[in-house]
Design a protein around this ligand. Structure first.
Ligand SMILES: Nc1ncnc2c1ncn2[C@@H]1O[C@H](COP(=O)(O)OP(=O)(O)OP(=O)(O)O)[C@@H](O)[C@H]1O
Length: 316
């Protein structure tokens, strides 16, 4: 879908992107995360063709974004972190204006407006002036504008910033809708807790370099990672503590005759041995849950680990 190859981008006296390469698969939502100043906005601006890199290239469905920007822009939507709306125009006028600017033919503009308003749940606001909309609705209008031409690839820079929790939930739903309609999305955010809800992939950047890239599952609670496991029995059984003590590779944190919490360092094999031991002893296990490492914790752990790594990052 989009392939970024060895991008280098410099501001005067500062290298903002340093040999950045990655590929995004179709119909995915990639969370672009990293500390302030990591290079997220710069990466989006370069990928959108607004900035030309010093070296490297960006290809969208085999179109070179910087060599053929017109063709690339027909296939992409981009919402910058700071955007403006025409406050005196109605939602419908804003969308019509953008449809015309994006080259949507006159006979298709009406359909494009209705579809964009529908998927961003703005249909009942079409006659309201943009200047009267709440922040969450303004954000949705801006996304509707950025996607009015039905692009296959969409980049949204910090769309959740400044939104209250309800508006952020609405935004997450809107992103899932766009993805379900076949769009491939990159979204940057500092609100890690919510990325779990809608992202399929994570692209972590720091000091202009990729630190990690891959499906969320590669970062969160991999099957071989140490995990916290909670166990619950349907009825009390005094043998629980004794049976757990006999399984190598686990540390019991808390146990009574019905519940236990423990940590394992041995990955899938240890978990299998543990569950087998419980079932073979005839204990009535009704819950055996491995708690996933939260994305936020995983992010912080990965960033800390990157402090001690040689330059070059990690992918997968
Ligand atoms: N116009 C500019 N001129 C010079 N340096 C810039 C300019 N814009 C950004 N930078 C620098 O480039 C680096 C990357 O900035 P960028 O805005 O891409 O980071 P970011 O990850 O989007 O940050 P944030 O999370 O704070 O929005 C930062 O060190 C920033 O100070």
């Amino acid at each position: 879908m989009i392939r970024v190859e060895h991008l280098i981008f410099d501001y005067p006296g500062h290298r903002a992107l340093d040999d950045v390469s990655f590929e995004i698969a179709p119909r995915t939502i990639t969370a672009l995360v990293g500390p302030n100043g990591a290079g997220k906005s710069t990466l989006m601006r370069v990928c959108s063709g607004l900035e030309r890199p010093f070296a490297g290239r960006v290809r969208l469905q085999d179109i070179d974004v910087h060599e053929s920007p017109r063709e690339a822009h027909q296939r992409m939507g981009y919402l910058p972190d700071f955007f403006g709306l025409y406050d005196d125009m109605t939602v419908r006028q804003c969308l019509e204006y953008r449809a015309a600017a994006q080259g949507v033919s006159k006979q298709n503009q009406c359909d494009a407006v209705d579809r964009a308003a529908d998927r961003m749940q703005l249909t009942d606001r079409l006659n309201q002036r943009a200047g009267e909309l709440s922040r969450g609705l303004r954000q949705r209008l801006a996304i509707a504008q950025a996607t009015i031409h039905n692009p296959s690839f969409v980049m949204l820079d910090e769309p959740a910033s400044g939104l209250d929790p309800e508006a952020r939930i609405g935004l997450a739903g809107a992103l899932k809708t766009l993805c379900a309609e076949g769009m491939t999305i990159i979204v940057s955010s500092h609100i890690l807790a919510e990325l779990d809800d809608y992202s399929t992939h994570i692209l972590m950047i720091r000091d202009g370099r990729i630190v990690q890239h891959g499906p969320l599952s590669t970062l969160e609670g991999r099957i071989d990672d140490p995990a916290t496991i909670s166990i619950e029995l349907a009825a009390p059984d005094a043998r629980l503590a004794e049976i757990l003590a006999a399984v190598p590779g686990i540390v019991v944190q808390q146990v009574d005759d019905r519940h236990a919490t423990l940590s394992t360092g041995g990955g899938a094999a240890t978990r299998q041995a543990l569950l087998k031991g419980l079932v073979e002893a005839g204990l009535p296990v009704i819950d055996f849950t491995a708690e996933k490492l939260r994305l936020q914790d995983a992010y912080l752990a990965r960033m800390r680990a990157a402090d001690g790594e040689p330059r070059g990052g990690k992918s997968g």
